[in-house]
Design a protein around this ligand. Structure first.
Ligand code: PSV
Ligand code: MN
Length: 388
Protein backbone atom coordinates (compact mmCIF):
# COMPACT_ATOMS: atom_id res chain seq x y z
CA UNK A 1 0.00 0.00 0.00
CA UNK A 2 1.34 3.44 -0.92
CA UNK A 3 2.45 5.91 1.77
CA UNK A 4 -0.04 7.06 4.39
CA UNK A 5 1.82 10.32 5.00
CA UNK A 6 1.90 11.22 1.31
CA UNK A 7 -1.80 10.44 1.16
CA UNK A 8 -2.50 12.67 4.16
CA UNK A 9 -0.56 15.55 2.63
CA UNK A 10 -2.56 15.34 -0.59
CA UNK A 11 -5.82 15.10 1.37
CA UNK A 12 -4.88 18.11 3.50
CA UNK A 13 -4.44 20.16 0.33
CA UNK A 14 -7.60 18.98 -1.41
CA UNK A 15 -10.35 21.59 -1.75
CA UNK A 16 -13.99 20.75 -2.39
CA UNK A 17 -16.32 23.54 -3.48
CA UNK A 18 -19.89 23.61 -2.19
CA UNK A 19 -22.94 24.68 -4.23
CA UNK A 20 -24.92 27.51 -2.61
CA UNK A 21 -28.13 25.90 -3.89
CA UNK A 22 -27.58 22.75 -1.83
CA UNK A 23 -28.64 24.75 1.25
CA UNK A 24 -31.93 25.91 -0.22
CA UNK A 25 -35.16 23.95 -0.45
CA UNK A 26 -35.28 21.55 -3.36
CA UNK A 27 -37.33 18.72 -4.70
CA UNK A 28 -38.64 17.26 -7.89
CA UNK A 29 -41.32 18.49 -10.24
CA UNK A 30 -43.75 16.66 -7.97
CA UNK A 31 -42.95 18.41 -4.70
CA UNK A 32 -40.44 20.72 -3.08
CA UNK A 33 -40.29 19.96 0.63
CA UNK A 34 -39.64 22.94 2.89
CA UNK A 35 -37.23 22.36 5.76
CA UNK A 36 -36.71 24.38 8.93
CA UNK A 37 -33.79 26.78 9.12
CA UNK A 38 -33.27 27.04 5.37
CA UNK A 39 -31.43 30.23 4.30
CA UNK A 40 -33.51 33.19 3.19
CA UNK A 41 -30.75 34.90 1.23
CA UNK A 42 -27.24 34.32 -0.18
CA UNK A 43 -25.64 35.56 3.05
CA UNK A 44 -27.34 32.81 5.05
CA UNK A 45 -26.31 30.25 2.42
CA UNK A 46 -22.73 31.37 2.90
CA UNK A 47 -23.05 30.97 6.65
CA UNK A 48 -24.21 27.38 6.15
CA UNK A 49 -21.43 26.62 3.68
CA UNK A 50 -18.91 28.01 6.17
CA UNK A 51 -20.30 25.61 8.73
CA UNK A 52 -19.49 22.67 6.45
CA UNK A 53 -15.96 23.98 6.07
CA UNK A 54 -15.61 24.49 9.82
CA UNK A 55 -16.25 20.78 10.41
CA UNK A 56 -14.41 19.30 7.42
CA UNK A 57 -11.55 21.78 6.87
CA UNK A 58 -11.48 21.09 3.12
CA UNK A 59 -14.47 23.01 1.75
CA UNK A 60 -13.22 26.61 1.68
CA UNK A 61 -15.31 27.97 -1.19
CA UNK A 62 -18.92 28.23 -2.25
CA UNK A 63 -20.20 28.40 -5.82
CA UNK A 64 -22.84 30.96 -6.73
CA UNK A 65 -25.75 30.55 -9.15
CA UNK A 66 -26.92 33.74 -10.82
CA UNK A 67 -29.65 35.01 -10.48
CA UNK A 68 -30.46 32.76 -7.49
CA UNK A 69 -27.61 34.40 -5.57
CA UNK A 70 -27.83 37.87 -7.08
CA UNK A 71 -27.12 40.64 -4.55
CA UNK A 72 -26.66 44.39 -4.83
CA UNK A 73 -23.20 44.36 -3.33
CA UNK A 74 -20.87 41.50 -4.23
CA UNK A 75 -18.10 43.13 -2.22
CA UNK A 76 -20.25 42.71 0.89
CA UNK A 77 -21.00 39.08 -0.05
CA UNK A 78 -17.28 38.40 -0.48
CA UNK A 79 -16.55 40.04 2.88
CA UNK A 80 -19.25 37.96 4.56
CA UNK A 81 -17.63 34.84 3.12
CA UNK A 82 -14.16 35.92 4.26
CA UNK A 83 -15.46 36.74 7.76
CA UNK A 84 -16.96 33.24 7.90
CA UNK A 85 -13.63 31.71 6.82
CA UNK A 86 -14.48 30.83 3.22
CA UNK A 87 -14.45 32.51 -0.22
CA UNK A 88 -16.74 32.86 -3.22
CA UNK A 89 -15.99 30.41 -6.00
CA UNK A 90 -17.39 29.47 -9.38
CA UNK A 91 -20.13 31.59 -10.90
CA UNK A 92 -22.82 29.40 -12.48
CA UNK A 93 -24.86 31.15 -15.15
CA UNK A 94 -28.56 30.49 -15.37
CA UNK A 95 -30.20 30.87 -18.77
CA UNK A 96 -32.84 28.23 -18.24
CA UNK A 97 -35.56 29.73 -16.06
CA UNK A 98 -37.10 32.48 -18.06
CA UNK A 99 -40.18 32.15 -20.27
CA UNK A 100 -38.16 33.61 -23.15
CA UNK A 101 -35.98 30.48 -23.10
CA UNK A 102 -38.77 28.06 -24.07
CA UNK A 103 -36.98 27.30 -27.36
CA UNK A 104 -33.50 27.75 -25.99
CA UNK A 105 -31.18 30.50 -24.80
CA UNK A 106 -27.99 31.01 -26.81
CA UNK A 107 -29.23 28.60 -29.49
CA UNK A 108 -32.74 30.04 -29.70
CA UNK A 109 -33.88 30.71 -33.28
CA UNK A 110 -34.84 34.27 -32.22
CA UNK A 111 -31.81 36.61 -32.24
CA UNK A 112 -33.41 38.84 -29.57
CA UNK A 113 -33.56 35.93 -27.13
CA UNK A 114 -29.99 34.95 -27.99
CA UNK A 115 -28.91 38.52 -27.23
CA UNK A 116 -30.73 38.45 -23.88
CA UNK A 117 -29.00 35.19 -22.92
CA UNK A 118 -25.61 36.51 -23.96
CA UNK A 119 -26.16 39.67 -21.92
CA UNK A 120 -26.80 37.49 -18.88
CA UNK A 121 -23.55 35.59 -19.50
CA UNK A 122 -21.68 38.90 -19.77
CA UNK A 123 -23.33 40.04 -16.52
CA UNK A 124 -22.01 36.86 -14.89
CA UNK A 125 -18.48 37.78 -16.00
CA UNK A 126 -19.02 41.25 -14.50
CA UNK A 127 -19.90 39.52 -11.23
CA UNK A 128 -16.74 37.40 -11.47
CA UNK A 129 -14.75 40.61 -11.84
CA UNK A 130 -16.19 41.75 -8.52
CA UNK A 131 -16.00 38.46 -6.63
CA UNK A 132 -12.58 37.48 -7.95
CA UNK A 133 -14.01 34.16 -9.13
CA UNK A 134 -11.84 32.22 -11.54
CA UNK A 135 -14.50 30.09 -13.23
CA UNK A 136 -17.66 30.78 -15.19
CA UNK A 137 -19.61 27.56 -15.47
CA UNK A 138 -22.01 27.29 -18.37
CA UNK A 139 -24.75 24.74 -18.56
CA UNK A 140 -27.37 25.17 -21.26
CA UNK A 141 -30.74 23.49 -21.10
CA UNK A 142 -31.00 24.24 -24.82
CA UNK A 143 -32.27 21.55 -27.14
CA UNK A 144 -35.37 20.33 -28.92
CA UNK A 145 -38.21 18.00 -28.06
CA UNK A 146 -39.30 16.89 -31.52
CA UNK A 147 -37.53 15.79 -34.69
CA UNK A 148 -37.61 18.62 -37.19
CA UNK A 149 -38.24 21.25 -34.52
CA UNK A 150 -35.03 23.13 -35.36
CA UNK A 151 -31.87 22.76 -37.41
CA UNK A 152 -29.32 20.83 -35.34
CA UNK A 153 -26.29 22.32 -37.12
CA UNK A 154 -27.61 25.88 -37.03
CA UNK A 155 -28.01 25.53 -33.26
CA UNK A 156 -24.36 24.45 -33.02
CA UNK A 157 -23.37 27.56 -35.00
CA UNK A 158 -25.34 29.79 -32.62
CA UNK A 159 -23.78 28.06 -29.64
CA UNK A 160 -20.27 28.50 -31.02
CA UNK A 161 -20.92 32.19 -31.65
CA UNK A 162 -22.13 32.80 -28.09
CA UNK A 163 -19.28 30.84 -26.52
CA UNK A 164 -16.72 32.78 -28.56
CA UNK A 165 -18.23 36.10 -27.43
CA UNK A 166 -18.14 35.05 -23.76
CA UNK A 167 -14.62 33.68 -24.04
CA UNK A 168 -13.50 36.95 -25.58
CA UNK A 169 -14.99 38.83 -22.62
CA UNK A 170 -12.91 36.90 -20.04
CA UNK A 171 -9.72 38.42 -18.71
CA UNK A 172 -6.67 37.42 -16.70
CA UNK A 173 -6.97 33.98 -15.15
CA UNK A 174 -10.71 33.68 -15.75
CA UNK A 175 -11.88 30.44 -17.36
CA UNK A 176 -14.95 29.24 -19.22
CA UNK A 177 -16.11 25.83 -18.01
CA UNK A 178 -18.60 24.11 -20.30
CA UNK A 179 -20.88 21.48 -18.79
CA UNK A 180 -22.65 18.82 -20.83
CA UNK A 181 -25.76 16.82 -20.05
CA UNK A 182 -27.33 13.98 -21.97
CA UNK A 183 -30.94 15.10 -21.76
CA UNK A 184 -33.43 17.02 -19.60
CA UNK A 185 -35.19 19.34 -19.92
CA UNK A 186 -34.86 18.77 -23.67
CA UNK A 187 -35.93 15.26 -24.58
CA UNK A 188 -34.95 14.83 -28.23
CA UNK A 189 -31.73 16.75 -28.92
CA UNK A 190 -29.62 18.61 -26.41
CA UNK A 191 -27.17 21.15 -27.79
CA UNK A 192 -24.32 20.14 -25.45
CA UNK A 193 -25.23 16.51 -24.75
CA UNK A 194 -21.84 14.92 -24.17
CA UNK A 195 -18.15 15.38 -23.42
CA UNK A 196 -17.21 15.20 -27.11
CA UNK A 197 -19.38 18.18 -28.01
CA UNK A 198 -18.14 20.16 -25.01
CA UNK A 199 -14.54 19.22 -25.80
CA UNK A 200 -14.82 20.25 -29.46
CA UNK A 201 -16.21 23.67 -28.54
CA UNK A 202 -13.57 24.19 -25.83
CA UNK A 203 -10.79 23.19 -28.20
CA UNK A 204 -11.85 25.89 -30.65
CA UNK A 205 -12.16 28.51 -27.94
CA UNK A 206 -8.67 28.16 -26.49
CA UNK A 207 -6.55 27.32 -23.48
CA UNK A 208 -8.86 28.78 -20.82
CA UNK A 209 -11.94 26.86 -21.96
CA UNK A 210 -12.37 23.52 -20.20
CA UNK A 211 -14.97 20.82 -19.74
CA UNK A 212 -17.02 20.13 -16.60
CA UNK A 213 -17.88 16.51 -15.88
CA UNK A 214 -21.11 16.33 -13.89
CA UNK A 215 -21.22 12.72 -12.76
CA UNK A 216 -25.01 12.57 -13.14
CA UNK A 217 -25.08 13.66 -16.77
CA UNK A 218 -24.44 10.44 -18.67
CA UNK A 219 -26.35 7.51 -20.05
CA UNK A 220 -26.52 4.59 -17.62
CA UNK A 221 -23.45 2.40 -17.93
CA UNK A 222 -21.19 5.15 -19.32
CA UNK A 223 -17.56 4.68 -18.31
CA UNK A 224 -17.02 8.10 -16.71
CA UNK A 225 -13.44 7.39 -15.64
CA UNK A 226 -12.51 6.88 -19.28
CA UNK A 227 -13.90 10.33 -20.13
CA UNK A 228 -11.99 11.78 -17.18
CA UNK A 229 -8.75 10.09 -18.23
CA UNK A 230 -9.15 11.31 -21.80
CA UNK A 231 -9.89 14.92 -20.85
CA UNK A 232 -7.01 14.96 -18.36
CA UNK A 233 -4.63 13.71 -21.02
CA UNK A 234 -5.77 16.53 -23.31
CA UNK A 235 -5.52 19.16 -20.55
CA UNK A 236 -9.22 19.88 -20.95
CA UNK A 237 -10.74 18.76 -17.66
CA UNK A 238 -11.70 21.93 -15.79
CA UNK A 239 -14.17 20.84 -13.14
CA UNK A 240 -16.33 18.18 -11.62
CA UNK A 241 -19.91 18.57 -10.53
CA UNK A 242 -20.03 15.65 -8.11
CA UNK A 243 -23.27 13.92 -7.19
CA UNK A 244 -24.65 10.44 -7.61
CA UNK A 245 -27.46 8.91 -9.51
CA UNK A 246 -29.37 5.68 -9.74
CA UNK A 247 -31.47 6.46 -12.81
CA UNK A 248 -31.12 9.91 -14.37
CA UNK A 249 -29.74 13.20 -13.04
CA UNK A 250 -30.72 12.35 -9.47
CA UNK A 251 -28.37 14.86 -7.74
CA UNK A 252 -28.01 12.57 -4.72
CA UNK A 253 -25.08 12.60 -2.31
CA UNK A 254 -21.83 11.86 -4.15
CA UNK A 255 -20.59 8.35 -3.52
CA UNK A 256 -23.98 7.22 -2.23
CA UNK A 257 -25.04 5.26 -5.30
CA UNK A 258 -21.71 3.95 -6.50
CA UNK A 259 -18.68 4.61 -4.28
CA UNK A 260 -16.56 2.29 -6.44
CA UNK A 261 -17.17 4.48 -9.50
CA UNK A 262 -16.15 7.56 -7.51
CA UNK A 263 -12.93 5.78 -6.50
CA UNK A 264 -12.20 4.83 -10.13
CA UNK A 265 -12.73 8.43 -11.24
CA UNK A 266 -10.49 9.82 -8.52
CA UNK A 267 -7.83 7.23 -9.26
CA UNK A 268 -7.63 8.58 -12.84
CA UNK A 269 -7.41 12.10 -11.44
CA UNK A 270 -4.67 11.11 -9.02
CA UNK A 271 -2.52 9.27 -11.55
CA UNK A 272 -2.75 12.15 -14.04
CA UNK A 273 -1.55 14.62 -11.39
CA UNK A 274 -5.01 16.18 -11.22
CA UNK A 275 -5.06 16.47 -7.43
CA UNK A 276 -2.33 19.12 -7.48
CA UNK A 277 -3.65 22.68 -7.24
CA UNK A 278 -1.65 23.61 -10.38
CA UNK A 279 -3.77 21.16 -12.39
CA UNK A 280 -6.62 23.63 -11.95
CA UNK A 281 -9.39 21.10 -11.52
CA UNK A 282 -12.33 22.39 -9.50
CA UNK A 283 -13.83 19.65 -7.33
CA UNK A 284 -17.35 20.89 -6.92
CA UNK A 285 -20.48 19.33 -5.53
CA UNK A 286 -23.71 19.82 -7.45
CA UNK A 287 -26.41 18.26 -5.34
CA UNK A 288 -29.83 18.77 -3.87
CA UNK A 289 -30.84 17.46 -0.46
CA UNK A 290 -34.53 16.99 -1.02
CA UNK A 291 -35.44 14.82 1.95
CA UNK A 292 -32.37 14.81 4.20
CA UNK A 293 -31.05 17.76 6.24
CA UNK A 294 -28.86 19.91 4.05
CA UNK A 295 -25.81 20.87 6.10
CA UNK A 296 -25.08 17.31 7.29
CA UNK A 297 -25.85 16.19 3.72
CA UNK A 298 -23.05 18.42 2.50
CA UNK A 299 -20.70 17.29 5.28
CA UNK A 300 -21.34 13.65 4.36
CA UNK A 301 -20.71 14.48 0.68
CA UNK A 302 -17.36 16.10 1.44
CA UNK A 303 -16.40 13.08 3.54
CA UNK A 304 -17.37 10.70 0.72
CA UNK A 305 -15.13 12.56 -1.74
CA UNK A 306 -12.32 12.46 0.82
CA UNK A 307 -12.75 8.73 1.39
CA UNK A 308 -12.66 7.94 -2.32
CA UNK A 309 -9.65 10.23 -2.77
CA UNK A 310 -7.85 8.57 0.13
CA UNK A 311 -8.39 5.13 -1.39
CA UNK A 312 -7.17 6.39 -4.78
CA UNK A 313 -4.05 7.76 -3.08
CA UNK A 314 -3.37 4.43 -1.37
CA UNK A 315 -3.08 2.53 -4.65
CA UNK A 316 0.47 1.22 -4.93
CA UNK A 317 1.19 2.61 -8.39
CA UNK A 318 4.63 0.94 -8.60
CA UNK A 319 3.13 -2.47 -7.96
CA UNK A 320 0.33 -1.64 -10.38
CA UNK A 321 2.75 -0.61 -13.14
CA UNK A 322 4.81 -3.78 -12.61
CA UNK A 323 1.73 -5.98 -12.83
CA UNK A 324 0.52 -4.13 -15.90
CA UNK A 325 3.92 -4.44 -17.62
CA UNK A 326 4.00 -8.15 -16.83
CA UNK A 327 0.52 -8.59 -18.28
CA UNK A 328 -0.64 -9.79 -14.87
CA UNK A 329 -4.34 -9.06 -15.23
CA UNK A 330 -5.45 -10.35 -11.86
CA UNK A 331 -2.41 -8.93 -10.08
CA UNK A 332 -3.07 -5.46 -11.45
CA UNK A 333 -6.73 -5.63 -10.59
CA UNK A 334 -5.78 -6.91 -7.12
CA UNK A 335 -3.56 -3.89 -6.47
CA UNK A 336 -6.44 -1.57 -7.24
CA UNK A 337 -8.94 -3.56 -5.18
CA UNK A 338 -6.59 -3.72 -2.17
CA UNK A 339 -6.67 0.06 -1.99
CA UNK A 340 -10.40 0.28 -2.62
CA UNK A 341 -11.11 -2.25 0.13
CA UNK A 342 -9.01 -0.39 2.70
CA UNK A 343 -10.93 1.25 5.53
CA UNK A 344 -9.60 4.82 5.25
CA UNK A 345 -11.76 6.25 8.00
CA UNK A 346 -9.03 5.94 10.68
CA UNK A 347 -6.57 7.73 8.38
CA UNK A 348 -9.03 10.55 7.79
CA UNK A 349 -9.83 10.81 11.49
CA UNK A 350 -6.11 11.11 12.19
CA UNK A 351 -5.77 13.78 9.50
CA UNK A 352 -8.64 15.80 10.97
CA UNK A 353 -7.08 15.68 14.42
CA UNK A 354 -3.81 16.91 12.94
CA UNK A 355 -5.78 19.76 11.34
CA UNK A 356 -7.28 20.66 14.73
CA UNK A 357 -10.70 19.32 13.80
CA UNK A 358 -13.03 16.85 15.43
CA UNK A 359 -12.29 13.43 13.88
CA UNK A 360 -16.03 12.88 13.36
CA UNK A 361 -17.50 15.88 11.48
CA UNK A 362 -21.06 14.51 11.47
CA UNK A 363 -21.12 14.05 15.23
CA UNK A 364 -19.40 17.40 15.81
CA UNK A 365 -22.03 19.17 13.71
CA UNK A 366 -24.86 17.42 15.55
CA UNK A 367 -23.35 18.47 18.88
CA UNK A 368 -22.79 22.06 17.76
CA UNK A 369 -26.45 23.01 18.01
CA UNK A 370 -26.18 25.01 14.76
CA UNK A 371 -29.09 23.15 13.15
CA UNK A 372 -31.41 23.93 16.07
CA UNK A 373 -30.19 27.53 16.18
CA UNK A 374 -30.95 28.31 12.54
CA UNK A 375 -34.31 26.56 12.82
CA UNK A 376 -35.19 28.87 15.72
CA UNK A 377 -33.71 32.03 14.25
CA UNK A 378 -34.66 31.83 10.61
CA UNK A 379 -38.35 32.48 10.86
CA UNK A 380 -40.19 34.76 8.49
CA UNK A 381 -38.88 35.87 5.16
CA UNK A 382 -38.83 33.73 2.06
CA UNK A 383 -36.82 30.52 2.13
CA UNK A 384 -34.35 30.06 -0.69
CA UNK A 385 -35.22 27.29 -3.06
CA UNK A 386 -33.91 25.71 -6.21
CA UNK A 387 -35.04 28.35 -8.60
CA UNK A 388 -35.18 31.27 -6.18
C1 PSV B 1 -27.95 20.90 -14.67
O1 PSV B 1 -28.67 19.73 -14.40
C2 PSV B 1 -26.95 21.21 -13.56
O2 PSV B 1 -26.16 20.09 -13.32
C3 PSV B 1 -26.13 22.42 -13.86
O3 PSV B 1 -24.88 22.32 -13.26
C4 PSV B 1 -26.92 23.49 -13.22
O4 PSV B 1 -26.27 24.70 -13.06
C5 PSV B 1 -27.26 22.79 -11.93
O5 PSV B 1 -27.63 21.49 -12.35
C6 PSV B 1 -28.33 23.40 -11.13
O6 PSV B 1 -28.64 22.58 -10.03
MN1 MN C 1 -24.09 20.27 -12.77
Amino acid sequence: MAGREAAKNALRAQEIELPSWAFGNSGTRFKVFAQQGVPRDPFEKIADAARVHAHTGVAPSVALHIPWDAVDDYGALGRAAADAGIRLGTVNANVFQDDDYRLGSVTNPDPAVRRKALDHLFACVDIMDRTGSRDLKLWFSDGTNYPGQDDIRARQDRLAEALAAVYERLSGEQRLILEYKLFEPAFYTTDVPDWGTAYAHCLRLGERAKVCVDTGHHAPGTNIEFIVAFLLREGKLGAFDFNSRFYADDDLIVGAADPFQLFRILFEVRTAGGLAAEAGIAFMLDQCHNIEPKIPGQIRSVMNVQEATAKALLVDTDALAAAQAAGDVLGANGVLMDAYNTDVRPLLAELREEMGLDPDPMAAYARSGYGERIAAERVGGRQAGWGA
